[in-house]
Design a protein around this ligand. Structure first.
Ligand code: GLN
Length: 215
């Protein structure tokens, strides 16, 4: 009963949205695929899946970015994996591209190089007070190169952040939806059940992006 009847959207423009929807359905939530900004209405949280961030940017068009900023400004949690993280980041490298700027991190796309484009590994994390070992699947994954002062790192690999949170925004470089391990989705549903103000991060600083992206 992790979800407690919440309605969670999965952005279904491109990428592995079906795997996220299947993971969430195992956690007692109503899952809705979101293909138009109006379909954000009435949702308690949103997952932005992995895929190809450049394609997602094009498919989002002009209408999704303001709708997603309004969703965030209303305090509704957003969880981005991989390409979803790239869209939510404040700054994107390799190459630079526009983003929503809803979490104060810098990400580098496709940052593991050709030999290690895709790999699976176990990683250590903490979700709240819990120590959680994850089995991480990384697919042409980005690396988080900088985390801002208001961002909490929840899991690391080789000392690098791979799962991070700022207020109501959760981002990860890997794909828990492909492993059958629902710990991160469960954690996201706890964020949905007890939302905090998106304008304030845990130490009271102003979050990025509530009033619009810098780019
Ligand atoms: N390489 C993709 C990008 O840069 C992300 C890959 C993924 O989402 N698995 O957008």
């Amino acid at each position: 009963m992790a979800g407690g009847g919440a309605a969670i959207g999965v952005l279904a423009l491109q990428g592995d949205f079906a795997a996220h929807a299947a993971a969430l359905e195992r956690l007692d939530v109503a899952v809705r695929e979101v293909r138009k900004p109006a379909e954000l209405e009435g949702l308690d949280g949103l997952v932005i899946p992995g895929g190809e961030s450049t394609a997602l940017l094009i498919l989002m068009g002009a209408d999704f970015p303001p709708a997603l900023r309004a969703f965030h400004a209303a305090g509704r949690p957003i969880y981005g994996t991989c390409a979803g993280l790239i869209l939510l980041a404040r700054e994107v490298l390799n190459p630079r591209q526009p983003s929503l700027g809803l979490i104060d991190v810098t990400v580098e796309r496709n940052a593991y190089g050709r030999q290690k484009e895709s790999f699976e590994t176990s990683v250590d994390g903490r979700l709240g007070d819990e120590a959680v070992p994850f089995h991480g699947v990384f697919i042409r994954a980005p690396r988080i190169r900088r985390v801002g002062p208001g961002v909490t790192t929840l899991a690391t690999r080789g000392g690098e952040p791979i799962l991070a949170r700022q207020g109501s925004v959760l981002v990860g470089t890997f794909h828990p939806e492909l492993t059958g391990d629902l710990a991160v989705h469960r954690y996201f549903l706890r964020m949905v059940a007890s939302p905090q103000s998106p304008a304030l991060d845990p130490d009271g600083q102003t979050a990025i992006g509530a009033g619009g992206s810098p780019r």
